[in-house]
Design a binder for this molecule. Structure first.
Ligand SMILES: *Cc1c(COP(=O)(O)O)cnc(C)c1O
Length: 390
């Protein structure tokens, strides 16, 4: 057997499933980079963190705990339930619930000191009523400037009790960009103009418009509070520019189960969509579409070992993936059952994997399954805060 000159990236660990390694130091560095982009903390500028969908699939608890330790004071979740769980963890943080108060849930939000994003006149009414009963509570007013998803139309503002809304403590005026990842898209300027036009009606409110990509548009899009999600987790917020300014956070590895030596011309996998012929070797890995390695990456993606790309050969199945390791083994890689191969790593990003699967990195991240062993590096272990009586 040939000896390798270079160190081996794969390690034999006795893993029986894939390993998802989440680098919380890189996450923290990404948050600091975005916070610095916001600039001027003395002028009240700050950077929040969006941790909806379980921290984009990476674990809302370890992610939020680390970012809070880093100085992040404001978090966004989508569902009220996500907010309740986060409140348990972070008694002091400001937590916004993007979906707002669904009918009958204003009390629940208030009890957990969750600030709803008020998305329609009915939600505004329900929250003001809650505040009239139980005292003023913070909220965000979400105005739709061109997304047509959640939020009030600017015309709806005329029907609101603006004085009451403006009296809410810590009021945030927010809107969401539809095309922030396309800097030249004309909708960006139109939304910015619409947002600027609304702002004077909420003179004391903080303003928030930019998601990850929005923070890389002009400085005039940043306002008081940044709302990044994807870029925190290492996703590229500037796909049009190419190079990714963020640090990779995720490494995904799957163990080899078997290496097949190909002795005759034959097909690989369901539907016989790929062929192979001797001399070839096909490695079967313990990851599949049930683990979020999308079936659309069939015959398109790659697994990596020792710097070699091993193309996915045949269809991705539920629990298994077949990759052609002929070249890698010919060049000296020692591939056998138990060896871990990389599916996502520092050089092969979530954006790359997404491109091969015909989707976006957001969907790859949030789809990473529950069967991986999750390893966190740089984790903050905070003792449960003691809740004093009184
Ligand atoms: C999800 C979301 C964000 C974060 O967007 P990224 O593109 O992940 O940075 C910000 N604001 C709103 C309203 C969102 O729904």
């Amino acid at each position: 057997m040939t000896r390798r000159a270079e160190p081996v990236s794969a390690v034999q660990t006795g893993e029986t499933a894939g390993v998802l390694t989440i680098d919380l130091d890189a996450l923290a560095a990404n948050w600091r980079l975005l916070r610095d982009r916001m600039g001027r903390p003395e002028a009240g500028r700050a950077c929040a963190a969006v941790v909806k969908a379980d921290g984009y699939g990476l674990g809302a608890a370890p992610v939020a705990r680390r970012l809070a330790a880093e100085g992040c004071a404001t978090f966004f979740v989508a569902h009220a339930g996500e907010g309740v769980a986060l409140r348990e963890l972070l008694p002091e943080a400001e937590i916004f619930v993007l979906h707002g108060p669904l009918p009958g849930t204003a009390g629940l939000l208030a009890r957990h000191r969750l600030a709803p994003c008020l998305n329609d006149t009915e939600q505004v009414r329900a929250w003001l009523e809650q505040c009239a009963e139980a005292g003023p509570m913070p909220a965000a007013l979400h105005v739709d400037t061109g997304m047509t998803r959640l939020g009030l139309d600017p015309e709806d503002l005329d029907a609101l009790d603006l004085a009451a809304v403006n009296s809410l403590p810590g009021l945030l005026l927010m809107s969401h960009l539809a095309c922030a990842d396309e800097p030249d898209h004309p909708l960006n300027r139109r939304q910015l103009a619409a947002f600027a036009e609304i702002r004077p009606r909420f003179p004391a409110a903080r303003a928030s418009l930019a998601n990850s990509s929005g923070l890389f548009l002009g400085a005039d899009c940043r306002f008081d509070l940044g709302r990044p999600g994807y870029a925190l987790y290492g996703g590229n917020p500037t796909p049009a520019a190419g190079a990714n300014p963020m640090r990779p956070v995720v490494r995904l590895q799957a163990p080899v189960l078997q290496v097949r030596e190909i002795r005759e011309r034959r097909t690989v996998g369901y539907g016989a969509t790929a062929g192979t012929a001797p001399p070839a070797r096909i490695a079967t890995l313990a990851a599949g579409y049930a683990d979020g390695y999308l079936r659309t990456a069939s015959n398109r993606g790659s697994a990596f070992i020792d710097g070699h790309a091993c193309p996915v050969t045949g269809r991705v199945s539920m629990d298994l993936l077949t990759v052609d390791v002929t070249e890698a083994m010919r060049k000296g890689s020692d591939i056998h059952p138990g060896v871990l191969m990389d599916l996502i790593d520092a050089r092969h990003s979530i954006d790359d994997v997404a491109a091969n699967a015909g989707t976006i990195g957001y969907e790859i991240l949030t789809g990473l399954g529950s069967r991986y062993r999750r390893r966190y590096t740089g984790e903050v272990e905070t003792a449960r805060p003691a809740r004093g009586g009184g």
